[in-house]
Design a protein around this ligand. Structure first.
Ligand SMILES: [Mg+2]
Length: 307
């Protein structure tokens, strides 16, 4: 079924996903502070605000701003936006800082992205961590979500698995936002199956998402153990588990974020990905959505982001 999605609706869906992404990022990163215990969150004891967001949110804001301005990804403009807005203290990985500095000083992005990791390109989780709002923007087409996610990824991530991570997250967010518009929650296995169907069957990401389907119904600890929790900061080690969490807790944002915090690993990024996908479905300030109090505790988003 095709339908018309007006620009305001696209932006509203993307903004909700961005709210979920940024709150997940900001709350998740609180658990790198010594003395913070996941059990506190489970018991309802929240860290004192403000919760500062990190690179995940900074880059996602550039993605949303780019879509708002042009209605699609212009790779040259997006690469420059990532590079010029990068505040290194936001927790960017060393590889990302180098690529973004090269772009900022005039190296074309295809050259900068391809130079990473001795010419293999990055398969880090950075393209996946920023892309959920783009998926929500394309709630009307998983194919467009996948194409545009690829474009948004390749300006920094030349490795096929780094790009596949972004495609997988964007397709999941597209399906989540579509389900919200249609008013019905997708079965976890169907959601993950559709994501797997958008990926190269020969790739590691595809294998990981298939494995995530097989692990539905198991505990989060078992899933994280088998799929990874992002501690290697690769797309392959991050995305399958995050999609398992999002599919399992699509109607319960706080529960989804708690699972990320309890699983450990690259928590700001796992919670950013999960938060973006879940909020594309569950919304903000709604039952099961991003709690208003959590949103208020998050550091305000950058002022260059259009309202
Ligand atoms: Mg981060």
């Amino acid at each position: 079924m095709t339908f018309t999605l007006f620009p305001d609706t696209r932006l509203a869906l993307a903004r909700d996903a961005l709210a979920g992404l940024s709150v997940g990022d900001a709350l998740g990163s609180q658990f790198f502070v010594p003395g913070r215990r996941p059990a506190d969150l489970a018991a309802g004891r929240l860290p004192a605000p403000p919760w500062q967001w990190t690179d995940d949110t900074e880059m996602a804001c550039s993605v949303v701003a780019a879509l708002g301005e042009a209605g699609r990804v212009d790779r040259d403009a997006l690469a420059l936006a990532f590079a010029e807005r990068c505040e290194p203290y936001r927790g960017y990985g060393p590889g990302a800082v180098v690529i973004l500095r090269m772009i900022r000083t005039g190296t074309p992005w295809p050259v900068a992205a391809a130079s990473a990791f001795d010419g293999q390109g990055s398969c880090g989780n950075g393209a996946a961590m920023r892309v959920a709002p783009l998926g929500a923007w394309y709630a009307d087409s998983t194919r467009r979500a996948a194409d545009q996610a690829r474009a948004s990824a390749e300006v920094t991530h030349a490795h096929p698995e780094g790009i596949a991570g972004a495609v997988a997250v964007a397709v999941a967010a597209s399906l989540a936002a579509r389900a919200r518009l249609d008013g019905g929650r997708p079965e976890p296995a169907r959601l993950l199956g559709a994501v797997a169907g958008a990926l190269d069957p020969g790739g590691e990401l595809h294998r990981g998402v298939r494995r995530a389907v097989a692990l539905l119904g198991h505990s989060a600890a078992v899933a994280a153990d088998a799929l990874g929790n992002g501690s290697r900061v690769t797309a392959q080690d991050t995305v399958p588990f995050t999609l398992w969490v999002a599919a399992t807790h699509l109607d319960d944002y706080p529960a989804a974020i708690r699972v990320c915090v309890e699983a450990g690993g690259d928590v700001d990024t796992t919670a950013a990905i999960v938060g973006g996908v879940v909020a594309a479905y569950a919304g903000v300030g709604t039952p099961g959505g991003v709690p208003e109090g959590w949103l208020a505790a998050r550091e305000p988003l950058p002022d260059w982001l259009p309202a």
